[in-house]
Design a protein around this ligand. Structure first.
Ligand code: ADP
Length: 276
């Protein structure tokens, strides 16, 4: 399912959190929503998921304006909010059954809970109390809740924040796996995360979209690739080897030891686009 955001504006008191943002995400894409803290990522996600109203602008899910029939549209969206709010005193399975009951007939709950537990790899922990789980398993529980009604769109707000490196890898792999069947929007301020998981990135800064492209294009476009050529210099003297370097190498009979393409670095691009 596709998501289209058109000219969203949101102001909290005097803070303009979203300043006329538009973008479109096609069915099946995994898109990274990148930006520094306070850029407007959570606000955008809350508006797409119907948890917050915008001042103006529209959100379309598969071409249907969420203002027209949000009750139905909501069934197609799974949302993991920032900080993953969970009921720590509940047991994993109990919590997921409770969450499923908000969307599904009682007959469908058991199967839905089992599917979600399987999908996120929670089988060995399903009878534990949520409060006893590690942060990684808490995160899996939150993702299980987000997919309990088998939504086509998954919106994950900073899903790996606070996890250790192993847990981060596990959750990223899980998101990639879920992304095979769902449209995923994932917010993060970690550039490597976008590189590891996403096809495309939207970069937001101060409530404005400052870049929207494939990661491949972003990396080459903004930083300008450079090429490092390593020579064996012992046979060269007084030559301008910036010009026609290959011809020269051949003519002069020295060897090019290596040519390294220095790929654009996403961290630099992020900094370029989001700092003044
Ligand atoms: P991000 O998710 O990128 O960190 P947010 O969407 O949370 O950014 O915040 C965007 C801006 O809106 C920030 O300046 C933030 O301080 C402000 N903001 C967010 N939520 C509220 C709120 N409930 N009340 C007032 N200001 C808010």
């Amino acid at each position: 399912m596709s998501v289209k955001v058109e000219r969203l504006v949101k102001t909290y008191d005097k803070t303009r959190a979203l300043d006329d943002i538009s973008f479109e995400i096609q069915s099946g894409e995994i898109v990274g929503f990148l930006g520094p803290n306070g850029a407007g990522k959570s606000t955008t996600m809350k508006i797409i998921t119907g948890c917050l109203a915008s001042d103006s602008g529209d959100v379309f899910i598969n071409g249907v304006n969420t203002k027209d029939n949000f009750k139905e549209i909501k069934k197609t969206i799974g949302y993991l909010p920032e900080n993953n709010p969970l009921y720590l005193n509940m047991y994993v399975k109990e919590y997921l059954e409770y969450s499923a009951s908000m969307y599904l007939d009682s007959k469908k709950i058991n199967a839905a809970v089992e599917n979600a537990i399987q999908a996120v790899g929670l089988s060995s922990h399903k009878s534990k109390r949520i409060g006893e789980l590690s942060k990684g398993y808490k995160q899996r529980t939150g993702i299980a809740r987000a997919i309990i009604h088998n939504p086509s769109i998954l919106i994950l707000d900073e899903p790996t924040t606070g996890l250790d490196p192993n847990q981060i890898l596990e959750i990223r792999n899980l998101i990639k796996e879920l992304g095979k069947e769902k449209t995923v929007i994932l917010s993060t301020h970690i550039m490597q995360e976008a590189e590891a998981v996403c096809d495309r990135a939207l970069i937001i800064n101060k409530g404005k979209i400052v870049a929207d492209d494939s990661l491949k294009n972003l990396k080459t476009k903004n930083t300008g690739d450079s090429t490092i050529v390593e020579f064996d210099l012992k046979n060269i003297s007084g030559v301008d080897f910036q010009k026609k370097i290959n011809e020269f190498a051949q003519k002069e009979g020295f060897s090019i030891l290596s040519i390294t393409k220095n790929k654009g670095n996403l961290e630099n691009i992020f900094r370029e686009l989001t700092t003044e």
